[in-house]
Design a protein around this ligand. Structure first.
Ligand SMILES: [Mn+2]
Length: 342
């Protein structure tokens, strides 16, 4: 089992601090909300209180993790009140974020105006350690939640006994692990399954969690997915590249809500022979580009060269400043150009 040498520092600091604030990244996902709520529930179990603040709203399916007695605050909804809470904190714990840029407009309050001690708990590559008093970082885990569970097991109140952990905390940790691994499809380490098995032993209802997280589409979102796959998916480059366009009229027709096309860009990669996929979505004043690839095909480079963007080798994004009706031709020509040069 993995252990972390600065865990003692973490629990000493939470034990000696009066006002603790828990923070996670913009566009919070299951690991972000899972890790802050798990930390909240664990601190509560040990007799401590904490406030949770994230920069903007999170998807509805994660509200099952949100503590009813002290819900997560959304910075964008009330920056003044959030600034006040952050300013009064003597300890800020940043989770599932590699550095200040990941919390956007919240970053001044947390990193410049605050005199609190800061702790980072994260699993991303190249964390920005400078602004933190304690950094707990491990990239060889599935998620921040998995990392947090290891630290909680080392805490004096638990001392390795998972049965001493409250079920709400265990459930939040499980949610972060389920979402960051996409239901155990990727980012799996030997420790991941060992840790998850402990959570099951503790009594986490995996079936309920799976249904809440992965079976949460609205009917209109499901119909939009069907429409895009059946009517809007184009295969080019001898069937190795797929792209889908989504315009505003279609958004209206399918009562589109923010996040409704989340994950759609991955779907064409399920086709045999497809190694790159793009979703081109009409937005206000630009077309949002999402790119995914398999193996060594570098969509970061493609995003930089043709889409005013960037990201990672297998997952990138960008923006096109043209009408949505022009994007299919532009994308097709760009792909031809990119593959010719490669
Ligand atoms: Mn994560």
């Amino acid at each position: 089992m993995r252990t972390y040498k600065n865990t003692e520092q973490l629990w000493n600091l939470t034990g000696s601090s009066e006002r603790i604030v828990l923070v996670a990244h913009t566009n919070p996902d299951g690991d972000a909300i899972g890790s802050v709520s798990a930390m909240y529930y664990f601190l509560k179990q040990t007799g401590r209180n904490a406030a949770m603040i994230v920069p903007n709203a999170f998807p509805d399916f994660l509200s099952c993790l949100n503590p009813a007695d002290s819900p997560v605050s959304i910075y964008r909804n009330d920056p003044q009140e959030c600034n006040r809470i952050i300013a009064e904190a003597d300890l800020i714990i940043c989770m599932d974020m590699s550095g200040p840029s990941r919390i956007d407009e919240m970053s001044d309050a947390v990193f410049q105006d605050s005199k609190a001690k800061r702790i980072l708990i994260d699993h991303h590559l190249n964390p920005v350690a400078g602004p933190f008093d304690v950094v707990i970082s491990d990239t060889e885990v599935s998620s921040t939640c998995e990392l947090l569970l290891s630290m909680i097991l080392q805490a004096p109140d638990i001392a390795g006994d998972i049965d001493k952990l409250n079920l709400d905390c265990a459930t939040s940790i499980a949610a972060g692990m389920l979402t960051d691994t996409n239901n155990f499809a990727n980012s799996i380490f030997p420790s991941t399954l060992e840790r998850f098995s402990m959570l099951l032993k503790r009594g986490v209802d995996r079936d309920a969690l799976y249904n809440a997280i992965f079976c949460s589409y609205s009917a209109s979102r499901m119909k939009l997915m069907g429409h895009l796959l059946s009517e809007k998916m184009t295969l080019i480059q001898d069937g190795s590249v797929a792209f889908i366009t989504l315009d505003k009229a279609e958004k209206d027709r399918y009562s589109y809500c923010t996040g409704d096309s989340e994950g759609f860009v991955n779907l064409p990669l399920k086709i045999r022979g497809v190694c790159m996929s793009a979703l081109l979505t009409e937005d206000d004043g630009f077309v949002k580009v999402s790119l995914r690839s398999k193996g060594t095909l570098d969509v970061n480079l493609f995003a930089r060269q043709y889409c005013n963007g960037g990201g990672h080798r297998n997952a990138s994004g960008g923006r096109l400043y043209m009408d949505i009706s022009e994007t299919a031709a532009y994308f097709t020509a760009s792909i031809e150009d990119y593959f010719k040069k490669a």
